[in-house]
Design a protein around this ligand. Structure first.
Ligand SMILES: [Zn+2]
Length: 330
């Protein structure tokens, strides 16, 4: 048993309480390699933002769980070396079984998500309560989910979205004891969040996605006032990144995300954690494609992963400062 406290990490409890009161959201950035981690920590230290380092089960397999705990400890020390000790959470994204959540609690995670949203309601309650009971013994915080997001992300996929039913949230929170709740209000996983048929086009031919269901968010807030809400699938899929990728040999078609103004509005409410993964993937891919297109003879990984890391860091700083409002809150 390795406690996250030995790694210098914190759970999400205090961060969320402050974020809900302060009208901002904590960034939850996914990572699975060194350059992504360096970019996240550097961006958060420079903007003095708390951060949730997020690892999916696929990323945990990719990066290796033994390396991961040392990377998390390294992130804490790296922030210190950069000159500012920001609070860092290590969080499991989309845990799907009790065993996986338990294994993460035992290997240094300070927070886990148990996603039982694809199960019938009663089964979701039962599974989530089981994880909460175990995790809380070790002071590890737990995120649950009600409602299903459309889209594909690692091993999580759904063709259709099911909005969260506000009438279920009080009962779910009470019966499970979760610390935060992911809800479905029209965000979606991946870089193709909506089909062109679901969107309208502006005069430049740019796809405009359907707006988020703020009415559902408000109804949820009314029923569980001050309770921390989480938004998944909240990348904005910037058109300029798609343009760089496609003008350097890429073939991303009809990629569309959530407009940043809508995320800003959500972050000012009870939404206190916003998950951003696809935008980071796009920023890295755009930077790497540009290097390879402009200099096909390049073969030193530092010469393309370095620019990718720089691009990621700028993207994260932009999200922290202009979208989530978490700058200066560490
Ligand atoms: Zn998700």
């Amino acid at each position: 048993m390795l406690s996250y406290k030995e790694l210098g990490l914190v759970n999400s409890k205090e961060l969320f309480a402050k974020a809900v009161k302060g009208g901002y959201a904590i960034p939850a950035f996914n990572f699975n390699n060194l350059e992504q981690l360096q970019a996240i920590i550097a961006a958060c230290v420079e903007t003095k933002s708390p951060v949730i380092l997020q690892v999916s089960s696929g990323a945990r397999k990719y990066a290796n769980q033994t390396l991961l705990k040392h990377l998390a400890k390294g992130a804490v020390d790296y922030a210190h070396e950069l000159g500012y000790d920001i609070p860092i959470v290590l969080h499991l994204d989309h845990g799907d079984t009790f065993e996986l959540c338990k294994s993460c609690v035992e290997s240094g995670f300070s927070s886990v998500m148990i996603d039982g949203s694809h199960h019938p309601y009663e089964k979701n309650v039962e599974l989530t309560a089981q994880v909460v009971e175990y995790a809380h013994k070790y002071d590890v915080t737990v995120e649950g989910e009600l409602g299903v997001l459309a889209g594909i992300e690692d091993e999580v996929s759904s063709e259709v979205s099911h909005y969260t039913k506000p009438e279920e949230v009080e009962d779910f929170v009470k019966k499970t004891g979760v610390d935060s709740l992911a809800i479905s209000i029209g965000t979606s996983h991946g870089a193709n969040k909506f089909t062109p048929e679901q969107c309208t086009r502006n005069e430049d031919g740019i796809l405009i996605p359907p707006p988020l269901r703020f009415d559902i968010l408000e109804e949820v807030e009314k029923r569980i006032p001050g309770f921390p809400i989480v938004l998944h699938g909240a990348s904005s899929v910037p058109a300029e990144l798609i343009k760089i990728i496609n003008s350097n040999g890429g073939k991303l078609k009809d990629a569309v995300g959530i407009p940043e103004e809508q995320l800003r509005r959500a972050a000012k409410s009870a939404v206190c954690k916003v998950n951003i993964d696809s935008d980071g993937r796009l920023a890295m891919t755009a930077a790497i494609r540009k290097v390879f297109n402009e200099n096909p003879a390049e073969f030193d990984p530092r010469k393309y992963l370095g620019p990718a890391r720089d691009a990621l860091k700028e993207l994260y700083k932009h999200k922290i400062i202009n979208v989530l409002g978490s700058a200066g809150k560490a």
